[in-house]
Design a protein around this ligand. Structure first.
Ligand code: HEC
Ligand code: HEC
Ligand code: HEC
Ligand code: HEC
Length: 282
């Protein structure tokens, strides 16, 4: 793999992530990894091999290319949902260096999630084989936590609920819920066709035919996929999906997540009424 997005030789199907995926001469010598944004990153150290698979399949550039030259609030038949793919943890860890989220022009984004020096690479937190993270690795510094999503250092009250002791996962979840509401409001008011999300079924966004805010089993079928995309809606939906498909973004790069969600809400609020007054962007 040398060119992002291009597979230029046959790769057999049906092989699991077996020993040779990580233990082959090519894998052990691997230093730099090209990302879907076109950026090449060479600071993963011995975890470079993880970043080959955990980088997602699209980026800011994919969304820009899809929406370029189109009016923000005009439905275009040329648009379809752009999916980041799943578990793009290396892209989110590198934040605004890898551009795995949709980054709104003019805004500044958190780069690499700089943690403590000996817990910065994938395999310093994850066992390379069981893939598990031992919570005891964390509790020496993050004392009193029972689960990873209780970890909190940031002193800012991002979601304005007066609680800065709750895990950093909490304001991310709050922004994310608000974004779902805002996406639905925008779709109904601007395109006139209501939208609903289903995390388990491609392409994830469907017409909410009964207007109940959820995509039921009957609604979450390909022929009922959402097709009334505007560029503004697509950008927000891209970031919404990223946070679903990277459920550990709260630990891989929490501020990058909050920035993407905040900016998506802010951008929607330019067109429909979305209350972001109590929220703070990191
Ligand atoms: C997802 C990537 C990945 C896969 C798949 C993988 N390994 Fe590893 N393995 C690693 C990494 C990374 C290390 C080195 C960790 C380090 O340098 O501290 C390692 C280390 C080892 C070691 C050295 C001993 C040790 O524990 O440090 C052995 C032996 C090993 N692997 C065998 C295997 C076998 C056998 C398989 C298949 C059943 C396998 N590995 C699959 C990533 C992988
Ligand atoms: C050859 C591609 C490939 C490589 C290399 C790879 N992964 Fe994965 N990884 C996957 C896939 C595919 C899944 C999802 C498996 C599934 O959903 O059943 C996954 C799942 C995971 C999970 C979630 C496990 C779970 O139980 O949900 C973790 C954590 C993870 N990988 C970490 C790593 C780390 C750390 C490395 C580097 C040592 C690595 N991966 C290397 C493809 C890869
Ligand atoms: C600071 C420690 C830390 C680092 C560094 C880190 N992770 Fe994680 N990762 C976690 C924790 C904690 C979880 C949540 C595990 C859980 O809930 O059991 C997680 C979860 C995951 C998951 C599973 C997400 C899911 O689907 O639920 C994947 C995949 C993953 N990490 C891949 C990676 C890769 C690839 C890297 C390197 C680019 C990486 N991680 C670096 C701590 C870390
Ligand atoms: C040696 C001390 C130390 C250990 C061990 C440690 N951390 Fe951290 N952690 C920190 C520091 C310091 C920060 C603040 C970094 C910053 O903001 O620049 C932090 C920040 C974080 C944050 C962001 C919290 C927020 O509110 O922004 C998360 C998530 C996190 N760590 C996860 C983990 C996980 C998961 C582990 C265990 C795998 C772990 N940490 C182990 C010291 C540690």
């Amino acid at each position: 793999m040398s060119t992002p997005g291009l597979i230029d030789h046959p790769v057999s199907l049906g092989t699991p992530v077996n020993c040779t995926a990580c233990h082959s001469p090519g894998a052990s010598e691997l230093e730099s990894v090209p990302f879907p944004s076109g950026v090449t990153i060479d600071t993963f150290g011995s975890s470079a091999v993880c970043a080959v698979c955990h980088q997602g399949r699209s980026s800011t550039n994919t969304v820009v290319a899809a929406t370029d030259g189109l009016e923000d609030d005009t439905v275009s038949a040329d648009l379809g949902f752009v999916n980041v793919h799943y578990a793009p943890s290396a892209a989110t860890l590198m934040g605004g260096i890898a551009h795995g989220g949709f980054e709104y022009p003019g805004n500044i984004y958190k780069g690499r999630f700089d943690h403590v020096p000996n817990l910065n690479t994938c395999t310093s937190c994850h066992s390379p084989h069981s893939l598990e993270v031992e919570i005891e690795t964390c509790t020496t510094c993050h004392q009193g936590i029972a689960s990873f999503d209780e970890i909190r250092i940031s002193p800012t009250d991002f979601d304005g609920d007066g609680n800065t002791a709750e895990g950093i996962a909490n304001p991310i979840a709050d922004f994310h819920r608000r974004l779902e509401e805002a996406i639905q409001k925008y779709a109904t008011e601007v395109t006139g066709v209501s939208i609903a999300y289903n995390s388990a079924t491609y392409p994830y966004f469907f017409v909410d035919t009964d207007g109940d805010g959820t995509a039921s089993e009957a609604e979450a079928v390909f022929p009922n996929r959402y097709q009334d995309w505007t560029p503004r809606l697509l950008k927000a939906a891209y970031n919404y999906q990223l946070v679903v498909k990277e459920p550990a973004i709260f630990t891989h790069n929490p501020h990058y997540a909050l920035q993407l969600l905040y900016d998506s809400l802010q951008n929607l609020s330019e067109k429909v009424e979305v209350d972001i007054a109590g929220l703070t962007r990191p």
